[in-house]
Design a protein around this ligand. Structure first.
Ligand code: NDP
Length: 407
């Protein structure tokens, strides 16, 4: 039914391409022709080999530098996909959007644009493409991963089916997995460390409230994981939620980290290894964080040893749709690292991002989600996406809590 071109060949891409190829709940009929291009072709070939072995489906592979817009345009024109799925790094978002505009094709990603020389992510750069996509009759869908992505869909599902308004929102991201390494990140180390070392920020009474990185800690007992410390952080869906759920009085994002992770990160930060300022070493400019990323275990190698579950969800408090007063609901997904690895050869952090990237792609190529311009997940009907989460590997549950969160 449709031809797709996926860019990037890391853990998230691997899961997404496996899921696109899987003959499950009719998906085989959705993504009939899958093309995969990245900077290192051998990584595309390894994914294609695994997909062939697991599903029998063929994936065509290419080498591309996604920052080279003319080369991207040529590749898109050659393949003629109905959708380009950007699973490379946030730095490539704008060049890939430029190439999509020039070649006349729809666009999807899982992380918002970040300039290389500034650890700052904001939707403003991508929202600025809205008119150009609209004028060309094209659609760009931003942030179709888990967080951002599913967390916004969960919120909008609660707003559609349970709550008339949402007063307070807390997003809880728990990775209860153990990879057996002293220190490693579960997705791209450079992007991950830039994110967690940035100041925390949450939305309160119509403005952003900033606090130092990792300064606010609370304990929470997660189903299928157990008690964990979680830390207040800034995360990109807070920006789109504050825009599309304007009645929000407070919106916060929390992520769990173990004590060993915090200790290692603190030391690395103290000695300057997380800096993105170039230093001169033996006649060469080196960015310490990029060097650190090269030294750390590659996230895609952690799958085999990672045990345990992730538990990511949203707690929302607001006025009930049925007029029964204020209510609080908790909606979440639990994903097993071992089961994700068994199915796709990747751990659950890649799995929980790659599956929603596949579902967002399915929404677009089937026309269940359509539009002209640049869209966030909050703007589209949550129901068909929520159905596919259940049928395609990320089942969710919702329960009512006795009252608003006490932290
Ligand atoms: P990886 O680092 O494992 O993979 C990134 C891939 O992009 C690599 O194959 C890399 O190539 C390729 N790449 C980098 N630069 C270029 C370029 N200029 N041209 C072409 N390809 C390039 O990352 P992940 O798979 O862990 O993450 C992928 C994306 O998903 C990231 O944007 C990340 O921020 C996002 N993400 C989103 C989440 C969510 O819930 N929304 C959660 C986790 C991740 P090479 O192999 O040569 O290095």
């Amino acid at each position: 039914m449709s031809t797709v071109l996926v860019i990037g060949a890391g853990g998230v891409s691997s899961v997404c391409v496996h899921k696109m190829a899987q003959a499950r709940s009719g998906n085989a009929g959705i993504f009939t022709d899958i093309h995969l291009a990245s900077r290192t072709k051998s990584k595309c070939d390894a994914i294609a080999d695994s997909v062939k072995a697991r599903t029998g489906q063929t994936v065509a592979t290419y080498e591309i530098d996604a920052e080279e817009v003319p080369a991207m345009v040529n590749l898109i024109r050659k393949i003629q996909p109905s959708l380009v799925v950007n699973l490379a790094l946030p730095y490539q978002d704008l060049p890939i959007m430029d190439a999509c505009l020039e070649a006349g094709v729809n666009y999807l990603d899982t992380a918002n644009y970040e300039p290389k020389d500034e650890a700052k992510f904001e939707y403003k750069w991508q929202w600025a493409y809205h008119d150009r996509f609209r004028e060309k009759g094209l659609m760009a869908l931003l942030g179709s991963g888990f967080d951002p992505g599913v967390t916004s869909v969960f919120t909008m599902w609660l707003k559609k089916h349970k709550l008339k308004t949402i007063r307070q929102l807390d997003i809880l991201d728990c990775n209860g997995g153990d990879h057996g390494q002293h220190f490693a990140t579960n997705f791209n180390p450079e992007i991950n460390i830039r994110e967690v070392t940035a100041p925390a920020r949450h939305w309160e009474n119509g403005q952003w409230v900033e606090s130092p990185a990792m300064a606010n800690k609370v304990g929470f007992d997660f189903d299928a994981v157990g008690p964990k410390n979680m830390y207040l952080m800034y995360h990109e869906e807070l920006e789109s939620l504050a825009r599309f759920v304007p009645e929000l009085e407070r919106a916060r994002f929390w992520m769990t980290f173990g004590d060993a992770y915090i200790t290692h990160l603190t030391v690395l930060q103290n000695v300057g290894m997380t800096s993105i300022e170039p230093i001169r070493y033996k006649g060469q400019d080196i960015i310490p964080l990029q060097f650190l990323a090269a030294v750390l275990p590659k996230p895609e190698t952690l799958g085999e040893t990672t045990k345990g579950n992730t538990n990511i969800g949203v707690i929302a408090t607001g006025e009930a749709l049925d007029g029964s007063g204020e209510k609080t609901f908790y909606i979440n997904n639990i994903c097993s690292h071992e089961a994700a690895y068994e199915e796709t050869g990747n751990q659950a952090v890649s799995y929980t991002t790659g599956v929603p990237a596949m579902i967002g792609s399915a929404m677009m190529v089937t026309g269940k989600w359509s539009g002209q311009g640049v869209f966030n997940m909050e703007e589209l009907d949550p129901d068909p996406f929520m159905e596919m989460l259940n049928s395609d590997g990320l089942p969710w549950q919702v329960k009512e809590l006795p009252g608003p969160v006490e932290f």
